[in-house]
Ligand binder design. Structure first.
Ligand code: URA
Length: 181
């Protein structure tokens, strides 16, 4: 089904709607070669209405530009849940379930062949990953829509700079996948 943007913009399917400022739907061209799925909007995203406009996003798009050769404007960017969890906690299972149909419709509208998930929540939601991040990152897997691959969340790399090199290595694989798609 096609994403109903008007309905999503006023969604009250879960408790996150009570504390959000805005529903952060996603940005980018629907024919983007690469789709990025993060976890949830943070404070800046909740205020600004766009995904990954804070510090995590700055690191993420610096790496994507350097390694994959795509700009932010060339990627479609969204999150597993569209409303900010209070204090940036991990979205609860029922919140992920409530938001999943929106994500499914959203991904179905995109023609991208490569989907990159950021962090464990998105790897679980989109790729069906069941193991730890260290076990699932950097491995391309078949998705109904093309190829999916996981890397660490940029916020984790801001806390632990050693992960930047791991993200670069994962993004080098993404570059190959995008070139082949
Ligand atoms: N972290 C995310 O997972 N998504 C955002 O949009 C911002 C920070």
């Amino acid at each position: 089904m096609s994403l109903d943007v008007a309905a999503l913009s006023s969604c009250t399917r879960c408790r996150l709607s009570e504390s959000r400022t805005r529903v952060v739907i996603g940005t980018g061209p629907t024919d983007a070669a690469l789709v990025l799925v993060g976890e949830a909007p943070g404070r800046q995203e909740d205020e600004g209405g766009e995904p990954f406009i804070g510090r995590s996003g700055q690191l993420l798009f610096k790496l994507i530009e350097e390694v994959v050769g795509l700009t932010r404007a060339q990627c479609y960017v969204t999150n597993t849940v569209k409303c900010r969890p209070p204090a940036n906690r991990v979205p609860a299972r029922d919140e992920l379930e409530a938001c999943r149909p929106w994500l499914v419709d959203q991904l179905a509208d995109l023609s991208a062949r490569v989907t990159l998930t950021l962090g464990l929540t998105a790897a679980r939601e989109v790729l069906g990953a069941t193991l730890s991040m260290s076990a699932v990152h950097g491995r391309a897997r078949h998705l109904g829509t093309g190829t999916g691959i996981a890397t660490y969340h940029p916020a984790a790399a801001l806390r632990d700079p050693a992960l930047v090199a791991v993200m670069r290595a994962d993004l080098a694989i993404v570059r190959t996948l995008v070139a082949a798609s």
